[in-house]
Write a protein of this length. Structure first.
Length: 101
């Protein structure tokens, strides 16, 4: 599994790409509402129950980080970019999440 330093975990199915895009909608919405980053992480952790999956937790953190950095991207655009990249690149979302491959 990829580590944070090497990039975000890859989605292992189209369904995981859908979940990642959903996470992107929530993360970007929290960023737009200027919810403090630690509180946003706690909210998303409860919504997505990431405590049971280290991979899920790492992906959520990567998406949150990107959502709080990409201030010029609308919620919809951020989620769409992530979803399309995930599907086109066999689960690799690094181009949207700000990591080099």
């Amino acid at each position: 599994m990829a580590s944070t330093a090497l990039g975000a975990p890859r989605a292992e199915s189209p369904q995981e790409c859908t979940v990642a895009a959903d996470m992107a909608v929530v993360a970007r919405s929290l960023a737009e509402e200027q919810i403090q980053r630690p509180k946003a992480g706690a909210i998303m952790s409860r919504i997505y129950d990431t405590e049971v999956s280290e991979r899920g937790k790492e992906l959520m953190q990567q998406i949150l980080d990107a959502a709080y950095i990409k201030k010029d991207s609308s919620t919809r655009n951020f989620a769409e970019e992530l979803f399309v990249a995930c599907l086109k690149n066999e689960g690799d979302m690094d181009s949207v999440l700000g990591h080099s491959a």
